[in-house]
Design a protein around this ligand. Structure first.
Ligand code: G3P
Ligand code: CA
Length: 346
């Protein structure tokens, strides 16, 4: 329950206050800004009147194992505005792209007998879990693993084929795309920074140093920084002018986890909302987007999936349409091609 205590306490603290109107696009270099602003439209009811961004959630993760090179590259080919690496830290302090710090669900570590004795029970927000944990492995060890598909019903023929990527390697994919004239942004999430800080790893410092070394700003790569933990965002904003997104836990878990904070208490560039905060099950929409926009907050929403449309929607296209009509500024999706098709069908 350590996570919960940290997060609950964190929610009582006020965040730093970067510019509320700051957006990733405005921070891009000239080339990046031009490419991304091609989506500008006066019709969309977004905060700044731009078309909403489509964020490839863990890459085109509906098609390939999440956070792999093909997942990111296909998302870019499909035209996603942003790709989304979630970041955790290895035992030797390297940022890698994984949604979780446990490894069994998305890698073939269970097939590695040399790591069998590394499996251990740890306490997570959802209870005890017997697994292999990224913080117990060096990058060299992680690089002996391959990614696998974790969601039932999705393609498994790529299991065991693709490497686990470092943050550097994800940035390289975006930089390569930019060199060939296709600017894609990075919507970067720090996972469990409080836990990694307790292990001696300062995620804001690691991330800022990594992005500086790669020269993302000079290359015109737009960047958002997102997290569920307010202290991380406060620290990050004190060290960087990149726009920050406060992710919000959806009901009923927000109250359960003590993370049921108010929009009025959030001072990041925007929020990452769970979609049920916006879409009611009776087909109507809540006033969440309007309230956030009145406070100057961007609203990015997670997560739309073709294979699991939200309750009350015939398919993900209808769900995308409802979110765009509600005025959201961005949507995370495992299927960026669908989101782009709906957004650009107008
Ligand atoms: O980061 C926001 C969005 O990605 C949803 O969260 O749990 O899929 O990383 P998660
Ligand atoms: Ca994420």
């Amino acid at each position: 329950m350590k996570h919960l205590v940290i997060l609950a306490a964190a929610c009582l603290a006020a965040c730093a206050t970067p510019s509320q109107s700051q957006s990733a696009n405005t921070l891009a270099g000239s080339e990046g800004a031009l490419k991304v602003s091609a989506a500008t439209s006066t019709r969309a009811p977004t905060l700044h009147g731009d078309k909403p961004i489509v964020i490839a959630h863990r890459g085109a993760s509906g098609l390939y194992p999440e956070h792999t090179a093909p997942a990111y590259k296909v998302a870019i080919e499909q035209g996603a505005d942003f790709i989304e690496p979630d970041l955790v830290v290895t035992s030797d302090g390297v940022l890698i792209a994984r949604h979780d710090h446990f490894l069994a669900a998305t890698t073939n570590i269970a097939d590695h007998p040399e790591f069998a004795d590394r499996k251990k029970v740890k306490v997570t927000p959802l209870g005890e879990q017997d697994d292999w944990w990224v913080e117990d492995f060096t990058l060299a060890e992680i690089k002996t693993l391959k990614a696998i598909q974790q969601f039932e019903g999705r393609e498994t023929k790529y299991d065991g084929k693709y490497d686990i990527l470092t943050f550097d390697e994800v940035m390289d994919i975006a930089l390569e795309a930019a060199k060939s004239g296709h600017v894609v942004g990075l919507h970067v999430e720090a996972k469990w920074p409080g836990e990694f800080a307790a292990l001696g790893f300062d995620m804001p410092d690691l991330m800022i140093a990594a992005m500086d070394r790669k020269g993302l700003k000079a290359a015109g790569i737009p960047v958002y920084i997102q997290c569920f933990e307010p202290p991380f965002l406060t620290e990050f904003a004190s060290k960087s002018d990149l726009p920050t997104i406060q992710n919000m836990v959806g009901p009923p878990y927000a109250a359960m986890l003590g993370l049921d904070y108010k929009l009025e208490d959030i001072h990041t560039t925007g929020v990452g909302a769970e979609k049920s905060m916006i879409l009611n099950t009776d087909g109507t929409t809540s006033d969440f987007v309007d309230r956030a926009h009145e406070l100057g907050l961007l609203v990015h929403v997670y997560t739309v999936r073709d294979d699991h449309p939200g309750e009350g929607f015939a398919d993900s296209r209808a769900e995308f349409r409802a979110l765009f009509d509600a005025g959201v500024d961005g949507v995370w999706t495992d299927y960026p091609a669908t989101g782009l098709a709906v957004r650009d069908a107008e």
